[in-house]
Design a protein. Structure first.
Lengths: 160, 503
């Protein structure tokens, strides 16, 4: 955990530095006494100080834990399913791209079937038919409820 | 005030609004009951559905979702030992042991009735505290407002779970996100990277839905989803499970928990889960038999459930009077109000009392509705708990996208949603807390606008922040809250060191 804290604080520091440099390209208007770059610089400085404090704390923990027993409590917890998380993230992005091309209805039904399959614990091919039915019915419902009942427009694709 | 409340009630009591509110409460209860779906998600997802409604009607539906969502959490907390919504976390401690002892019906009945009492208590506080507070707040200038936001930001950081530095850091990251777009006061472009959609900054709702809902979906994807079996025997209890005699015995606990919940609600940015845990702890400390806590006694259920529902009324106090959300759900309500063209703040009480009292009335009706639906519909909600997550969560994602798209009818907001969902998940892994981050995101522009206005007024001098009494009061409060937490952290460290050397 301490290692991740260290990486995180370094990341925050880098981000602060980058954004701080960015503040110099903010246009300064003479009309106002306090420029638009004032507040960002103030907050970035505070964030950087906090990140440094956090980094020192992480370094201390890292130093103290060295040489001591290596296995932490993390082992007791269930192992996170990284593959499924990454696949889900990927599906979010793919869906965003496909909605723009295929339109809401087709992209959503396709997304739902694949995403449900990804999240399924014990895979069974018969489930796909069930997923297809659930996806189609739920999306037709969503379409009618939102567009006809609540007058909310849904994303339209370039193809459909 | 009573006549205003009655006219608010009259505005709510139309067939269509009541029907919509019923739908809202039921949906809220479902979202509350299912672990992984929370009250904030329910409100965020249904927000676009309110666009076509008038303001009072729309807010009534959102309030119904809010109250339902907070109240639904006790079902799975008691039956499955998983809080359905984070605010029911302490309900598990005694609620689940009660189920194991064959008293599930009593636990749920008690939970429902004390939730109602907590909710109504906080509504009364809201109705009496908000108008005078608004009349004070109307006198606030930029100096007072900046000091207030400063105080709000420190209080979130100090009271949120986890380390204090991390709390402030989370808030600061939230503020940094607000730098993108046009600067307040002079409208200068900042950090837009040439993307014209970013000129207006990130829209509030896609950011909130991304951080709360999408992050939650990813967290669920990471776990292996196992369905727990629910024991549905012993669900039937007599009456509401809580006898009058018990109610008499528990009144002190009930009152204390309701007060804790309301106060936690009023303090900006800390929501139901803190209230639930804090109130449980206090009930245990004040109890004559603290050793029985955790074995399945109603005291624990009462403390947690009265407190988390009392948050609802409390959280609306700063939202309506100051425009500062009291918890994460009210942050989304704030977005809802703004989409309807209403700017919450002290002026709201003067300019549109119909909206303010309509909200009060909606809170009252929603509290009555959830008792009826949750108590008599418990079997239905238990069935809903059996709907597998791998079907539910993808559909929630689609609804998130619909919500984000509907804000401005542009795909850019869907991308904002997806981006913040993924970033939120990564930040969560780094132990960044979502509540302070979101409050930072909401209060950032408020802090900046008022700071720059104040400094322009004072010709760059900071002394008025300390010479104006209200401003000074908030600054002292902010310093005190930081000092107390630093003190506590140092004490904890000393204790830990002592323990280490003696061990």
């Amino acid at each position: 955990m301490a290692k991740r804290d260290l990486q995180f604080s370094i990341g925050v520091l880098l981000l602060c530095a980058l954004l701080y440099i960015g503040t110099f390209s903010i246009k300064i208007t003479k009309a106002v006494r306090v420029s638009a770059a004032y507040f960002p610089r103030l907050i970035l400085a505070i964030t950087a100080i906090l990140a440094i404090i956090y980094m020192i704390a992480a370094l201390k923990t890292l130093k103290n834990s060295k040489g001591k027993e290596k296995q932490g409590n993390e082992e007791n917890e269930e192992k996170p399913d990284i593959k499924r998380t990454l696949l889900t993230m990927g599906m979010f992005i793919v869906y965003g791209i496909l909605v723009d091309i295929l339109g809401f209805m087709i992209a959503s039904i396709g997304y739902l079937i694949i995403q449900m399959w990804i999240m399924l614990e014990v895979r069974n091919k018969k489930e796909i038919i069930k997923f297809a039915a659930i996806s189609t019915i739920s999306m037709v419902l969503v379409y009618f409820i939102f567009t006809k009942l609540f007058y909310v427009s849904l994303p339209a694709g370039s193809l459909f | 005030m009573i006549s205003l409340f009655l006219s608010g009630l009259a505005a709510i009591l139309t067939f269509k609004t009541i029907l919509l509110m019923m739908f809202g409460v039921i949906l809220g209860l479902i979202f509350g009951a299912i672990p992984g779906l929370s009250a904030s998600m329910a409100v965020a997802l249904m927000l676009p559905a309110t666009f076509a409604m008038d303001t009072v009607q729309g807010m009534a539906v959102l309030i119904a979702l809010y109250v339902g969502g907070i109240s639904g959490g006790l079902i799975s907390a008691i039956l499955l030992r998983i809080p359905g919504t984070p605010s029911s976390i302490a309900t598990c401690f005694d609620g689940y042991p009660m189920t194991k002892n064959g008293m599930a019906g009593k636990a749920i009945g008690t939970g429902v009735i004390v939730s109602f009492i907590g909710g109504i208590f906080s509504l009364i506080v809201l109705m009496f505290a908000a108008p005078p507070l608004a009349s004070i707040a109307i006198k606030f200038g930029p100096f007072e407002y900046f000091s207030l936001t400063l105080f709000a930001l420190t209080i979130i950081a100090t009271l949120s779970s986890g380390s204090f530095i991390m709390g402030i850091l989370s808030g600061a990251i939230g503020i940094i996100v607000t730098f993108v777009g046009m600067a307040p006061v002079d409208g200068v472009e900042r950090f837009t990277m040439g993307i014209y959609q970013l000129k207006g900054g990130f829209s509030l709702l896609p950011v909130l839905i991304g951080l709360f809902a999408l992050t939650e979906i990813l967290k669920e994807a990471e776990k292996s989803v196992k369905i727990k079996m629910i024991d549905t025997t012993n669900l039937k209890g007599k009456g509401f499970g809580l006898t009058l005699k018990e109610l008499k015995e528990q009144w002190a606990n009930l009152l204390r928990s309701s007060i804790i919940g309301t106060v936690i609600g009023i303090l900006p940015g800390i929501g139901g889960s803190t209230a639930s845990v804090l109130s449980y702890g206090e009930a245990k400390r004040a109890s004559k038999h603290p050793e029985k806590f955790g074995t399945g006694i109603i005291d624990g259920v009462i403390a947690s459930e009265a407190a988390n529902n009392a948050v609802t009324g409390g959280a609306l106090v700063p939202l309506l009077t100051l425009g500062i959300p009291g918890d994460s759900v009210t942050a989304i309500l704030l977005g809802g109000l703004m989409i309807h063209g209403v700017q919450p703040g002290p002026l709201l009480f003067k300019e549109s009392p119909d909206i303010v009292y309509g909200i009060f009335a909606a809170l009252f009706i929603a509290n009555i509705m959830f008792v009826i639906f949750e108590y008599f519909g418990i079997q239905v909600f238990i069935k809903v708990l059996k709907v597998p997550k791998h079907i539910l969560l993808p559909i929630v994602f689609i609804l998130c996208c619909v919500g984000a798209f509907a804000v401005n009818n542009r795909m850019f907001d869907v991308w904002t949603l997806i981006g913040f969902g993924i970033v939120g998940f990564i930040l969560d892994k780094c132990r960044i807390q979502m509540a302070p981050l979101v409050i930072g995101f909401i209060l950032g522009p408020m802090a900046e606008t008022n700071l720059r206005r104040a400094l322009m007024l004072s010709q760059g001098s900071v002394s008025p922040f300390f010479t104006k009494p209200i401003s000074l009061f908030f600054i002292i409060a902010a310093v005190l809250s930081i000092a107390s937490i630093v003190n506590r952290t140092l004490k904890d460290k000393k204790k830990a060191k002592k323990n280490l050397t003696t061990a």
